[in-house]
Design a protein around this ligand. Sequence first.
Ligand code: FES
Ligand SMILES: [Fe+2]
Length: 393
Amino acid sequence: MAVEKFPADDPNDPYAGSGLPALGLRNYWYPVMAAWRLGRKPRAVSVLGEAVVIFRDGSEVFALAERCPHRGARLSQGKCLYPGSGTLTCPYHGWTFSGQTGSCVAKLMEGPDAPGSRRIVTRAYPVRELRGAIWLFVGDIEAPPLEDEVPEVLRASGEWHGFSTWRTYRCNWRIMKDNLCHDMHAPFVHRNSPELMFQPVFPFASRLAAFPLDDGNGIGYVAKDGRPSVDYPGLGTFPPKNETWYRLLKPTGRGKEIDLGAQAVVKHGVKFRQSSLMPGATFIGRPSGNYFALRWVTPIDAESCFYYSWSLFRRQSWWRTLRERAFWIFWVSWAHDWLFSDQDKRILEKVIVGRESHSRTDAGVIAWRRYAADHARRRAASGAKSAQTPAAE
Ligand code: FES
Ligand SMILES: [Fe+2]
């Protein structure tokens, strides 16, 4: 799908003046691929419109700009010719770059005394491996520690077990992230999904409010007074009777605030069942504090995004771990990560971007757009490296 380009002040562009750029928020960490997919061959990825090559040398992972500054060959077609040196060699004329600094350490076709090699520096990206994913920091400021930027459940690997999946969506990251802002699409789009047969269905017609999180990294959503069904004069009942016969459980208060005594709050400080985190992640909590889901939207370019999703269970006993793993493999992986998200994918990839008419259900989307724009890190105004937020661009 081609993303329409609007002039900055076009009233038909729902994101005009929103402060949320089409290519994503810079100066944040993003998951870009599953770590196991990075073997001995370098891999090319595109993040926030930038072409990057990621490679391994022993236990270390490095990331450089994909384009060789010599004559533009792709470094992902090159090789780590000297294992242990942390370098990558271009496939075309053998220029060899340090993965750590990006500087050209040798021009293999010109001898060790080739003039000017060291003055040539390509871009090196901060890169890390965490919780089964390769993470890249894309930006213009010094990268903060990745551990400080992700929820605690992603860091404490001994305490949690789980799975991750990923998909590419052919839509702009903002459309994908808006979909995860508790906009009441779920009780509609997913009402017939196999997953909801065995879950209390989401109530609808609830009032939604958004609150800033204590750690200043996002907003949490609270939905109140949802209704399981309602009559529309002249139309009939929603959900229609012929769609409800297979529902096994009655709707309950999904989306409500987690009560303050719940383990999720006491142990992990998670106060909301659903929250949006910078720079475009969604955190879903259970009051038990024993299960959390994290979904991270990584912009690829203006027309597509990468969706990385973790399901994390707290380790309790070996048999419980076994049961949870079986549950994920035989149920969640297809009922949720495949079928359920396919229902969104079909719609999101076809959205026609233009002027929007907002309604009550958009409170979460609007709150997120505003929050993200107000809190997004910007390039340091003076050109000095700074992690302060926000500074005018
Ligand atoms: S293009 Fe890379 S070495 Fe020539
Ligand atoms: Fe959905």
